[in-house]
Design a protein around this ligand. Structure first.
Ligand SMILES: NC(=O)c1ccc[n+]([C@@H]2O[C@H](COP(=O)([O-])OP(=O)(O)OC[C@H]3O[C@@H](n4cnc5c(N)ncnc54)[C@H](O)[C@@H]3O)[C@@H](O)[C@H]2O)c1
Length: 447
């Protein structure tokens, strides 16, 4: 099958590379010439484990091409995926659909023969209707079926998620699209990945409902962590205890500094706006958004409390900047609010992140970037673990203690156990675990 993917960012590039790996002939289009030039030279614009190999393999097999020529790619494609960004619109938080609609307009003039146009970008309910309207308005002769096929991949595990999805959601209004989409995903279908066909507007909402639910689950455990601190319970054990209930499940129950990234913040906000517009407000999600915004900034106050004095003249060293490990994505990372908050309190901020420092420079200022945890810890009054990269899971505490002014670790990801840290003479503050950790032993039913 010949596929064009318009937008070669996280989703477009991963989707294009994986479709090519399935055996399809894929052309990835992007309007950013530098990005395409780099991709042609084998340089990935993002850090995503395994992506460079899969791109190289499929480029060598001539199944994967990169171009800025949208017209050429679309005119020969049977299926065109739209995978451009849908950021929050400045001012009101609605999804900015200008990129999607611009691509729809461009596609319209270049379609040849029956073509399935698939919106993979995360878009509000009704966007598919508008994409179809735009294409028909621009080119009344275009023979198209406009489909919704939201993407659920996680950055850092994108290839695995794309190739082994829990489900593939496909929203169609034109029955002809069913066979085409089944063919696109045939290799996954054979692997028993459930293909779920539904109406287009339902498919669009499924994506937002999924992200809103996950954001709410994270926020639930984050609030529970605050309560644990107040009442002397351990949030990790609470999460474990409730997560063993199949109706709840253990995933997305890790308390931390608040969710970030390119999806949850903007998608929850866009869903809230859509729901308000339709007179059917989602109060749970409105509250989730508010709690999470406040939480990120509250983390700076938590660090200040741990240091215990005025932050003026103090140096705080941050381990990790990206919103999660194994990505260089800094969009909406809690680190941004934490840094801002610490600087507002008068602290000097240093930071090290294995992959995110270049990207971070666009979001924060007056931060001294280091090359490893030990360099930034020199003379620091606190070390704050913000992102749980593997590189921070086995720190050399004697070495850190020897260079820090005050041996204090604020662990915002609950990576360490208090007993270990205390043994090295560190003060330790974590999330929702106010007391000495007591290991939980689960007795099996047979005992
Ligand atoms: N990043 C994720 O983890 C993720 C997961 C699921 C869904 N999504 C959704 O997928 C969509 C894309 O997200 P992303 O993170 O890949 O975005 P991104 O910003 O990384 O990439 C978008 C790309 O589209 C290109 N582009 C913009 N206008 C174009 C045009 N007219 N023609 C050609 N190229 C154009 C940009 O240059 C950019 O390279 C969003 O709607 C997002 O919400 C993202």
């Amino acid at each position: 099958m010949r596929i064009a993917v318009v937008g070669s960012g996280y989703v477009g590039l991963v989707s294009g590379a994986c479709f090519a790996d399935f055996g399809h002939e894929v052309t990835c289009v992007d309007s950013n010439e530098d990005k395409i030039k780099a991709l042609k030279a084998g340089v990935m614009p993002i850090y995503e484990p395994g992506l460079d190999q899969i791109v190289a393999k499929n480029c060598a097999a001539k199944r994967l091409l990169f171009t800025t020529d949208l017209a050429g790619a679309v005119s020969t494609a049977e299926t065109v995926f739209i995978a451009v960004g849908t950021p929050s619109r400045r001012g009101d938080g609605h999804a900015d659909l200008s990129y999607v609609y611009a691509v729809a307009r461009e596609i319209a003039h270049n379609i040849q023969g029956f073509t399935v146009v698939v919106t993979k970008s995360t878009v509000p309910v009704g966007t598919g209707d508008e994409v179809e309207r735009i294409i028909r308005e621009e080119n009344p002769l275009a023979d198209v079926a406009v489909v919704s096929n939201p993407e659920f991949l996680r950055e850092g595990a994108a290839i695995e998620d794309f190739k082994r999805p829990d489900r593939i959601v496909i929203g169609i209004e034109d029955e002809r699209a069913r066979a085409v989409m089944t063919e696109v995903y045939r290799p996954l279908y054979l692997n028993k990945a459930p293909l779920m066909f539904t109406a287009r507007r339902t498919s669009e909402l499924i994506k937002y409902a999924a992200n809103a639910y996950l954001a709410m689950k994270i926020t639930f455990i984050n609030e529970m962590a605050d309560l644990c601190e107040a009442v002397g319970s351990n949030v990790q054990d609470v999460a474990h205890g409730i997560g063993l209930d199949n109706r709840i499940g253990s995933k997305f129950l890790h308390a931390g500094p608040g969710y970030g990234g390119s999806c949850f913040p903007k998608d929850t906000l866009a869903l809230v706006k859509t729901a308000q517009d339709y007179g059917s407000p989602l109060r749970l999600i409105e509250t989730t958004v508010a709690i999470n915004d406040q939480r990120k900034r509250a983390m700076a106050r938590k660090v200040a409390r741990a240091i215990g004095s005025d932050l003026r003249g103090k140096t705080v060293a941050l381990l990790g900047l990206t919103f999660k490990p194994n990505t260089d994505d800094m969009r909406e990372s809690p680190a941004i609010s934490i840094i801002q908050g610490l600087q507002d309190h008068g602290a000097r901020v240093r930071a090290f992140d294995p992959e995110g420092m270049e990207a971070a420079k666009a979001y924060v200022s007056d931060v001294e970037f280091g090359t490893d945890p030990y360099g930034i810890a020199e003379g620091a009054d606190a070390l704050v673990l913000v992102t749980e990269w593997d590189a921070f899971r086995a720190l050399d505490f004697p070495r850190l203690k020897s260079v820090m002014t005050d041996p204090l670790l604020v662990d915002l990801r609950n990576v360490y156990r208090r007993a270990l840290i205390a043994k090295h003479g560190f003060r330790y503050v974590s999330i929702g675990r106010p007391k000495e950790d007591i290991p939980v032993v689960l007795a099996s039913a047979a005992e």
